[in-house]
Design a protein around this ligand. Structure first.
Ligand code: AFP
Length: 326
């Protein structure tokens, strides 16, 4: 609401959209914190003692966000990791001028081991004529995002977001049920001391990535090497640490078949929003060859290679991948 005042033409609709979204995040946070109890409270995996359905957490997160956002009149359509194509706004509800892309529960393979989970979102302005949103409205470059953010459900629940004027972090106070501004204007360190990558995949990386990771493990006090390795397998949690402490997160493509490199992470609702946050915090995000925010998406579920984090670390990675350093 404070930032809304900085935009004289703002109508308040975007603020109301975020307000609705935040309520869905609070509900997901409550459920994530009770996840370990689901089996204890559930009867034969179907209902808990209050007669509520015990749902899989990612279904729950998807439904919460969809049902919270389908009728407010702010959106023309949505797209999610959990849905095949475009998610239309039902006929009976008013349509709005924004598009919401989201990953409702990032890191869902970590649910059963009580490790951090997340939600990621990206918001675009509608571009097509007419009231209904189209696939083209979803397929916009990351540089066109109006806002992007994530929620990390960790030792506390934290919302980190940018609307193009810096990155701000809010921590959920469960006793108040409110997100309170705890990290104003986050700046990523110029260089970090750790890297985050699934090192088990080393043999399928491209040459440049292999050489870069070997370089990070060499001893050199001037550049703080060797770097430490930190990886939990939830993008939100791995990136959150890098945003606050510096360093680089990498998910290079699987190059087992060099003619067909296979990236894993999704552009529209994982990589593009994280890249906007990284850049807004003074960091960088690249495929190794191109700036992520300049990529023109061609598919809602398109996958992309990514390195993002501290500007000096990302620049060095690019030098290795582009063969400018050996
Ligand atoms: P899940 O949601 O299926 O656990 O995937 C998480 C994720 O998309 C992203 O959050 C992680 O960074 C990445 O996959 C981990 O992938 P690996 O398990 O291949 O390292």
């Amino acid at each position: 609401m404070e930032q809304q005042a900085l935009h004289p033409a703002a109508t308040g609709e975007f603020t109301r959209l975020l307000w609705d979204l935040v309520l869905a995040f609070k509900m997901i946070s409550r459920e994530v914190n009770r996840a370990g109890l689901a089996a204890i409270l559930g009867l034969a995996g179907k209902e808990n003692v209050q007669g509520e359905q015990v749902t899989k957490l990612d279904d729950y997160a998807q439904t919460r966000i969809y049902e919270q956002m389908d009728h407010g009149g702010h959106l023309c359509c949505m797209a999610s990791e959990e849905a095949d194509g475009l998610i239309p706004i039902p006929e009976r509800f008013p349509k709005g001028k924004y598009v919401l892309l989201f990953d409702p529960l990032d890191g869902s393979s970590n649910v059963d081991v009580n490790a951090s989970l997340g939600t990621i979102f990206s918001i675009h302005r509608k571009r097509s004529p007419g009231v209904d949103g189209t696939v083209e409205d979803c397929l916009q470059k990351g540089s066109a995002q109006v806002a992007a953010g994530y929620v990390v459900y960790g030792s506390s629940t934290m919302l980190v977001y940018t609307a193009g004027r810096g990155v701000h972090g809010f921590t959920l106070d469960p006793s108040l049920g409110e997100f309170l501004l705890s990290h104003e204007n986050i700046r990523i360190p110029k260089r970090g001391k750790s890297y985050s990558i699934n090192e088990g995949n080393e043999r399928s990386w491209d040459e440049g990535t292999q050489r870069y990771i070997r370089y990070l493990k060499e001893k050199d006090s001037a550049t703080n090497r060797p770097y430490g390795l930190r990886y939990i397998g939830t993008l939100v949690a791995d990136f959150h640490r890098i945003l606050l402490r510096g360093g680089v997160f990498l998910y290079p493509p699987d190059c087992s078949d060099p003619a067909k490199p296979k990236p894993k992470l999704r552009l529209l609702y994982e990589v593009a929003p994280m890249s906007m946050i990284a850049e807004q915090a003074g960091g960088a995000a690249t495929t190794g060859h191109e700036r992520i925010l300049d990529l023109q998406p061609t598919d809602i579920h398109q996958r992309v290679a990514v390195a993002l984090g501290s500007p000096d670390d990302v620049r060095e990675y690019q030098e290795f991948v582009q063969g400018r350093r050996a």
